[in-house]
Design a protein around this ligand. Structure first.
Ligand SMILES: NC(=O)c1ccc[n+]([C@@H]2O[C@H](COP(=O)([O-])OP(=O)(O)OC[C@H]3O[C@@H](n4cnc5c(N)ncnc54)[C@H](OP(=O)(O)O)[C@@H]3O)[C@@H](O)[C@H]2O)c1
Length: 218
C-alpha cells in the first residue's frame, strides 16, 4: 500500500501525509510543481525528524502509488481528475477529501451543487473500473498537523466499491487514535460534506481549529 497525495501541498494534504507517514505508511506528496512538492515534503520530514515522505510531480504519483488522495480545492477536483485520467489504471483507488465550502466574508457556507456531493460529481468523471472513496472530509487540517495531539475521533469512509472501501478503511486504521467507520455508499458523502460545514462553523464560532466527530454508542 503506497499512498499518494495529489496536490498534497496544502494544509489538508500535508496534515494527512504527516499522520500516515508517522504511522509507518509509505507516503508520496505530489504537486503540479516538483519544487513545491519537494519543499512540502521537506517541511513534513523536518516535523517527522526523518526523510519519510517523498515529493513528486502529480503525474508521477500514479506509477508510484495505488491509493491516491485528491487534496485540491473542491472546485478544482473535476479538472484534476480529467487531467489525471490518462495516468489512471486498474488497481488505483482515488480518495476524495474535498468539501464544497466557502469562507467568504468570514463565515462558512456549504455550497449546494447540482449532481449531489462533490464526491459523486468527481466519480462520474472517472474511467470505468477506477473506484472513488470519500474519506477524511470531516477531519480538520489544524489538528492533523499537530502530531503531538491525539485525534480521538472517527473517520467516515463511504463508497460504492466494497473492496476499495475496505482498502481505505485499512489504510485509515494505521493512524492511532482514529477510528475508521464504514459510512455506506458514496451517496453518504452528501451528509459528510454537510457535517464538515457544521464542524467548520463550530471552529469559527468557538475560535478553535480542531472540531471533529466521535460517534458514541457503536
Ligand atoms: N483544510 C481543512 O481543514 C480541510 C478539512 C477537510 C477537508 N478539506 C478539503 O481538502 C482539500 C484541500 O484542502 P487545503 O486546505 O489543503 O487546500 P488548498 O491549500 O487550498 O489547496 C491544496 C493544493 O491544491 C493545489 N491548488 C490550489 N489552487 C489550485 C487551482 N486553482 N487549481 C489546481 N490546483 C490548485 C495546490 O497544490 P499545488 O499547487 O502544489 O499543485 C494547493 O497546495 C479541499 O478540497 C478541502 O475542502 C480541507
Amino acid at each position: 500500500m503506497r499512498l499518494g497525495f495529489f496536490s498534497g501541498t496544502g494544509p489538508e494534504g500535508k496534515g494527512l501525509s504527516l499522520r500516515f507517514a508517522a504511522a509507518g505508511a509509505s507516503v508520496v506528496l505530489g504537486s503540479r510543481d516538483l519544487q513545491r512538492a519537494s519543499r512540502a515534503a521537506d517541511a513534513c520530514n523536518t516535523v517527522l525528524g526523518e526523510p519519510l515522505i517523498l515529493g513528486m510531480e502529480n503525474r508521477e504519483l500514479f506509477s508510484a502509488c495505488n491509493i491516491i488522495f485528491l487534496a485540491v480545492p473542491y472546485a478544482r477536483a473535476v479538472d484534476a481528475v480529467v487531467d489525471a485520467r490518462p495516468f489512471l489504471h486498474a488497481g488505483h483507488i482515488l480518495v476524495d477529501v474535498t468539501v464544497p465550502l466557502s469562507f467568504r466574508g468570514g463565515g462558512v457556507e456549504y455550497l449546494e451543487q447540482e449532481g449531489g456531493s462533490n464526491s459523486e460529481i468527481i466519480a462520474r468523471q472517472l474511467p470505468a473500473g477506477i473506484p472513488l472513496v470519500a474519506a477524511f472530509k470531516t477531519i480538520p487540517a489544524g489538528v492533523l498537523a499537530r502530531l503531538d495531539a491525539q485525534l480521538n475521533c472517527d473517520v467516515f469512509v463511504c463508497g460504492d466499491d466494497a473492496e476499495a472501501k475496505r482498502s481505505v478503511l485499512e489504510a485509515a486504521s494505521l493512524i492511532p487514535s482514529l477510528r475508521p467507520l464504514d459510512a455506506g455508499p458514496l451517496r453518504s458523502a452528501r451528509i459528510l460534506e454537510r457535517m464538515t460545514a457544521l464542524a467548520a462553523w463550530l471552529n469559527l464560532h468557538y475560535k478553535s481549529k480542531g472540531a471533529r466527530y466521535r460517534i458514541e454508542g457503536l
